[in-house]
Design a protein around this ligand. Structure first.
Ligand SMILES: Cc1cc2nc3c(=O)[nH]c(=O)nc-3n(C[C@H](O)[C@H](O)[C@H](O)COP(=O)(O)OP(=O)(O)OC[C@H]3O[C@@H](n4cnc5c(N)ncnc54)[C@H](O)[C@@H]3O)c2cc1C
Length: 453
């Protein structure tokens, strides 16, 4: 049996895939080590871009049928769901109830169970006079898990805040999450607009741009020397849902950009002509973003995208590292140069624009990439054309040299040395707890063994 991630860039062969519909199914499977060999791995929508999903020869628990919302509590401001619920479906239910998530990541297909225990990213939002976190798991206030011996563990932020820090970064290694409770907030209209900068100007002004107290997502154009910033902030009045501006932005990002990149890469001869055509397309993307894509009172859920079940012709993949904010002005300029130098040397460049996010300091999870301070990311994006894996190896080396921090489910191809450079101390802490909670390694996979040992 072969299982692939969404984009088909990673595949593995488990012993079996079990579609679970209730916690009793999970308990039964976890307890029966003969019929269901280790490692036991929960499966969400498999949108991860690393081998964190791999359970070679093991047992995969498909969580997607456990997708009910159990309770929306308007007094406590929480939502409790089964772990296989999709982020976008939950966001729309909250919207109907006059509520919203704090973090609305673009990937609507992400299951909330994965969001609760893995790395995620969205530009931090500024509201009520403070920066909010940019990681989904940071707003998880309760989790229920099936542990390695089949027993149930219920933890809340109140009962055990230290354990919550570990669980929010557990990537399935401390138990199978079957129920999660997120803190939510009242639905707030969002204003958004785009501004373009030359990269030098952006780097020089970064400090003052951040001090505007607006959420900042970046569109990066290393071959055009430009950065477009998507600013998001609180708007006035009641939020409108389903606006054409977000629909257009999302359709272009999800379908038109990768389709263009794929056609150019496949059918146009010569690296210079290919590159020129990607640049021309990106010029129009910039123009449309800056001139047309804005709104004064939209619903935050509009920024979440529902991707097709399976990646088709027009689909993309990406990677990510985050960097200390104070070094980012130099890092982004060096990254643009790195991309151009790499193209000169090898003929490879990303056939889509790149992105980045400004994310607030956050100690809510052990493997948070902003534990030491606020950070910005550099996320190359590509249709996954020939040369992409080799590019990522060079990019990972670049990021390691620039004090980058990876995400175990989204940064492809990192080495143990790179993992330890970013999280040496945290890996030690995690391993101590993991050995106590799962002495037989029921949930421990070769990918994490490789990175952690
Ligand atoms: C096109 C695309 C766009 C993306 N955009 C974004 C984005 O904007 N922001 C962002 O943060 N991420 C983004 N991602 C990455 C994606 O959100 C993460 O990789 C996320 O973890 C995927 O969730 P999933 O449900 O598909 O989990 P999977 O990929 O199936 O699993 C991820 C990990 O979580 C574990 N896991 C899953 N469910 C459970 C559970 N119930 N209990 C315990 N462990 C579990 C798995 O074992 C695995 O280790 C994007 C990915 C793609 C392909």
């Amino acid at each position: 049996m072969k299982v692939e991630n969404w984009k088909g860039t990673i595949s593995y062969h488990p012993h079996s895939v079990e579609k679970v519909t209730a916690v009793e199914d999970i308990v039964r499977i976890v307890r029966d080590t003969t019929r269901y060999p280790s490692p036991v791995r929960a499966k969400g929508s498999h949108h991860s871009t690393t081998k964190c999903i791999v359970a070679e020869g093991g047992t995969v628990l498909d969580m997607t049928a456990m997708n009910r919302t159990l309770h929306i509590d308007k007094e406590q401001m929480t939502i409790t769901m089964e772990a296989g619920k999709l982020h976008l479906d939950a966001a729309r239910e909250l919207e109907a109830a006059g509520l919203q998530f704090y973090v609305n990541v673009e990937i609507g297909n992400m299951t909330v169970g994965s969001g609760a225990c893995c790395g995620t990213k969205d530009a931090s939002y500024f509201s009520g006079g403070a920066w909010e976190f940019g990681q989904v798991a940071s707003y998880v206030v309760g989790m229920k898990l099936v542990q390695a011996d089949g027993s149930i563990l219920e933890v809340t932020e109140e009962s055990d805040p230290e354990l919550m820090v570990l669980l929010r970064s557990s990537y399935g290694m401390l138990g199978v999450v079957y129920e999660v409770t997120f803190k939510v907030k009242p639905l707030q209209a969002m204003k958004f607009e785009h501004r373009a900068y030359l990269v030098d100007e952006f780097a020089d002004k970064l400090d003052s741009l951040v001090k505007q107290d607006k959420s900042m997502m970046l569109y990066l154009f290393p071959f055009r020397n430009r950065v477009v910033v998507e600013y998001r902030s609180d708007g006035e009045g009641s939020p409108r849902s389903g606006t054409w501006q977000w629909a257009m932005r999302n359709y272009s990002w999800k379908t038109i950009s990768p389709a263009w990149g794929k056609v150019v890469t496949r059918f146009i001869p010569g690296k210079w002509l290919k590159s020129k055509l990607v640049n021309v397309f990106n010029f129009f993307v910039q123009l449309i973003l800056v001139r047309l894509i804005r709104g004064s009172a939209v619903s935050p859920a509009d920024q979440i995208i529902r991707y097709p079940e399976k990646a088709g012709f027009a689909s993309y993949t990406f990677s990510i590292w985050s960097f200390p904010m104070e070094e980012y002005p130099e890092t982004i300029k060096a990254y643009f140069k790195f991309c151009r130098d790499y193209f000169q040397e090898t003929g490879y460049r990303c056939d889509m624009l790149n992105v980045g996010y400004h994310i607030a300091q956050d100690n809510s999870s052990l493997f948070s990439y902003t534990r030491k301070g606020p950070a910005l990311t550099l996320d190359p994006v590509s249709t996954g054309s020939a040369g992409w894996p080799e590019f990522l190896t060079a990019y990972n080396e670049f990021c390691g040299l620039h004090h980058g921090t990876p995400l175990f489910n989204q940064t492809r191809g990192i080495t143990p040395a790179q993992a330890k450079m970013a999280f040496g101390e945290e890996i030690g802490i995690f391993q101590n707890h993991r050995r106590q909670m799962d002495p037989g390694g029921r949930f421990y996979t070769p990918y994490f063994q490789y990175l952690f040992e």
